[in-house]
Design a protein around this ligand. Structure first.
Ligand SMILES: [Ca+2]
Length: 195
């Protein structure tokens, strides 16, 4: 779990009660109840479950982590291959999932120009391409609706549209599971880690 939180005392409670009556506003991303991606959080510390093509520098490291100990760094090699290089995994989506949803967090460290992070989900007959501009900034969460892919085996690929030298992107918390729309009550353990 990560994100921002701002404890707010609840009016009407005494000083002694206040510590137990904070309202926390927390932005976080929970993994799906059933996970289709293997090693999507990179916590194995390596590329287990993924295949990396030549032409891209792929590093699983601690500095690339949003959550946990490890994350993935993609860095353009600057070559001139005839395809855009990528990191990929094949996933079987259960037919019972009403709304399969791939989700991930990314952070662009260096980028610009007309290059982009491309996430492609390719099924038997069609593919969905999710394009993210390489604008340096903080961690961002994004997802896509794959309702039409239930029951299919898909390949999920992350890569850079071009191989512009110097482009660097961190990726973490890659998942593919079923979304549950609506308001749900959940109970979570909360651990605060001091800087
Ligand atoms: Ca991680």
């Amino acid at each position: 779990m990560g994100g921002r939180f701002a404890p707010t005392p609840v009016p009407g409670y005494g000083q002694g009660e206040r510590a137990l009556c904070y309202v926390l506003r927390v932005d976080f991303v929970l993994p799906p109840e059933e996970e289709g991606v293997e090693n999507g959080h990179w916590e194995s510390g390596d590329l287990s479950g993924w295949y990396s093509t030549p032409g891209i520098t792929v590093t699983v490291g601690m500095e690339a982590a949003h959550t946990g100990r490890y994350g993935l760094e993609l860095q353009a090699s600057g070559g001139t291959l005839a395809f855009w290089p990528y990191v990929t995994q094949t996933i079987a989506i259960p037919a019972t999932w009403a709304q399969p949803t791939p989700s991930f967090l990314y952070r662009v460290l260096e980028g610009g120009g007309d290059d982009a992070l491309e996430v492609v989900i390719a099924g038997a007959e069609e593919a969905v391409t999710h394009t993210v501009a390489l604008t340096p900034g903080g961690w961002t969460h994004t997802w896509r609706d794959l309702s039409g892919f239930a029951g299919q085996t898909v390949t999920l690929s992350f890569g850079l549209h071009r191989q512009t030298p110097g482009q660097r992107v961190y990726v973490d918390k890659v998942s593919l599971g079923e979304s549950h729309i609506g308001v749900h009550l959940i109970y979570l353990p909360l651990v605060l880690r001091n800087p």
